[in-house]
Design a protein around this ligand. Sequence first.
Ligand code: ATP
Length: 649
Amino acid sequence: MEQAAVPGLCVAAEQFRIFPLDLSKLFVTAQCKAKQRPTSRLLDDDDSNNDSKKTDPQFQWRLFFQLLWQDIFYLLGAVVAAVGAAMVNIQIPLMLGELTNIVSKYTSAMTTEVADFLSDIRGPAIKLMGIYGLQGLLTFTYIGLLSVVGENMAARLRKQLFHSLLCQDIDFFDTHKTGELVDRLTSDVQDFKSSFKLTISQGLRAVTQTVGCVASLFMISTKLTFVMLGVIPVVIIGGTLLGAALRTLSRDAQEQIARSTAVADEALGNVRTVRAFAMEKKEFELYEEQVNKSSALNIRLGVGIGAFQGAANMFLNGIVLGSLFAGGWLISMHELQAGDLISFLVATQMIERSMAQMSLLFGHMIRGTSAGARVFEYIDLQPKIPLDGGRSIPFHALMGDIEFSSVGFHYPSRPGQEILTNFNLKVRGGQMVALVGLSGGGKSTLAVLLERFYDVTSGKITLDGVDLRDFDPTWLRGHAIGFINQEPVLFATSVMENIRYGKPEATDQEVIEAARLANADTFIRKFPKGYSTVLGERGVTVSGGQKQRIAIARALIKNPSILILDEATSALDAESERLVQEALDKVVKGRTTLVIAHRLSTIRDADVIAVVSKGRIMEMGTHSELKSKRGLYWELIKKQELEEDLEKN
Ligand SMILES: Nc1ncnc2c1ncn2[C@@H]1O[C@H](COP(=O)(O)OP(=O)(O)OP(=O)(O)O)[C@@H](O)[C@H]1O
């Protein structure tokens, strides 16, 4: 009887190598991953960042099931295969016990016939091989099917979310940082997908295995099982307390990493500003400070995980030793066989592993559902101004008459600050109206209202007598109005594609025509690859004046009836300004044009000049009329002349 335990122990040792229990993963992967939101110099929070005041979004099961519905058969297949694999797994300890009993029978000196051994072992060995094979097949099936479901779901989520974000009102982008939105598209979708896959695969397996193995333990030996169950509460309490402390530490460490990443992100993203202010050393010091804090926290976490893992391993090995001791005692009393003890030990290991997985999964599930809730929140968000739908006027019939009638407006993000109050302005079709005035008076606001980036809060704006809100916004922005501002943004693609952005169906010839009209053709042809030259990120590889003329070509290619020029030349040097102004003079002819200008010299030829201050028109007339009045316009002229004199000297 004493000899019989030896081969059993060898099998047990093999089994323990199959199930290594790496507890460090429990904290590293289950930790609450802090969202890496830019913290702007770590101080954060202006009125545009009101996230901290918002409550956490709720997980929306309706959207979740809608998302899954298309892959329901794959999902059901995966669930069945995962549960099947777990049930097959439960058989393994019992089969190992059976094999051990046969092996131990031949360790006694009386039975040494090889033929007998082979015939005894053949049946159980083939059965175990079959079980291993089936388990492998089922594992392959559920992992494969879950990958299909998970990836399909993530792709659908990303597409729906991106579409929904693109459709949001402009005021949504006033209050949400780009980094946060990109974060939802990338890491939130990723977190949601991974935790979904893990919950289905490992969660179902772990629960089934735990229940099945506990039942097996009772079947093998009720006495030994009760001894085991007696120590489990101690493990759970100890593990929970230590685990909670380590999780907090882990979360702090993650948040600290996010903080240091935000510093690097901001510095690298704004490297030109950093260079211009010679702030490299300061930025490095800021980053160094954050990285040092993060490294200190991570060292503490590492030491904590080491201590926990050491204690846990000691405890788990103690359980093995205790089971061997108690089991051996039962064997000596002929109440248990060596094979049963092996079955018991392997089943115990399986339960430990399954429980460790469940605890790990709990963290994943929390993280996954909150990531999913954040994604669903924006998918479900409806914009107030739709992207399309409404009237349009054929190009030849559009007169371009614009009227602001008693318009009142405040930006949705700042309800307390009235920008326009009872604002009235009439622009006849084909007329050029210039808006001038002190900074912050509301000139650009008039332009964005005309583009219907926002809706007026009172009064109305009409185009050819029709309320702007009745028009199809896509037609309005895509065909009727061309907008050129001080800092146009170009995309990191070829010059040809950048201009074609204004009219996706335009031919190469049309693009070249638009570039010619915008005085851009000559310099584009001088680029190494002409119209195929790829511009750098945000168009940084062209000069300000060139960028502006490409932007003019892009606006012109849609042949808009109305042009809005918002300080289109104010960021340029004298020579570039001359070239751009020349281009603009050509293109404004025959179009209703709203010019917002600081340089009064550029708007002398405007049909009407309106002086805007504090959301109202203070004076209106031609250049010479306003000049002779010696009012606010005259003051502006004097101020500008003074500034120009100062600049020259
Ligand atoms: N997106 C926005 N959200 C909230 N407030 C805004 C927004 N854009 C502008 N404002 C505020 O509206 C007011 C009017 O700004 P607007 O840009 O229309 O003035 P402006 O006359 O064009 O000034 P400038 O000549 O300096 O460009 C300012 O007080 C500004 O701070």
